[in-house]
Design a protein around this ligand. Sequence first.
Ligand code: PXP
Length: 249
Amino acid sequence: MIPLRHLRLGVNIDHVATVRNARGGDNPDPLRAALLAEASGADGITAHLREDRRHIRDADIEALMAGIAIPLNFECAATAEMQAMALRLKPHAVCLVPEKREERTTEGGLDVAGDDNRLAQFIAPLRAAGIRVSMFIGHEARQIEASARIGADIVELHAGHYADLFAEGETARAEAELQALAKGATLAHSLGLEVHAGHGLTFENVGPVAAIPELVELNIGHFLIGEAIFIGLGPAIEEMRRRMDAARN
Ligand code: PXP
């Protein structure tokens, strides 16, 4: 049995920037959202600097690094530009994701197994600089094993497929996907990786994921920012925290 550890909640604030950029100007301010998240019990902040800067911008990452007291998880593609930025700013963690210009959100996991030599070289200087490196991957054993082999600290398992099946009412398939996530978490933990999960999590679907004992962090963004319209960001984070804790007990 794995002793149940505190399940950290990382709040992804990308879509505060999406709303800001819809109008231009400075409002709403992602740093202000991050500070409110921190005050409401978030354990960390995640921000994804995409190549096309469609939401978070370079200045947002700089402002977050200077302004928040909780760890920043800097999400980015494995490009030279992002590596240089990470080495300059030294965030707590870097989460590597696949990126396609035409996608609306990060659709799949990173192909670590198919790009292991390049990724091993890519992450070495980050780790040498004291940055924790996370791979955003699917739950396939070969991706988990490759992440361990190249020296990643963390794998974040893509929960988006589970979330989609849950939303579609495909109960049996959602349950199968959940079991696959749990099996992946067990494998990753056994290989010495810290295990996170994220993508598509909501009040309704978070419980069964939060109950997977090997998980130590969930990263949640879009739903919380949407829910903030109705109940406020602080209460949305508090309610998510409550549901995560309830699933764990
Ligand atoms: N984790 C990673 C690696 C992501 O790419 C995203 C989406 O940017 C999230 C977590 C959060 O997903 P969502 O916005 O669907 O909660």
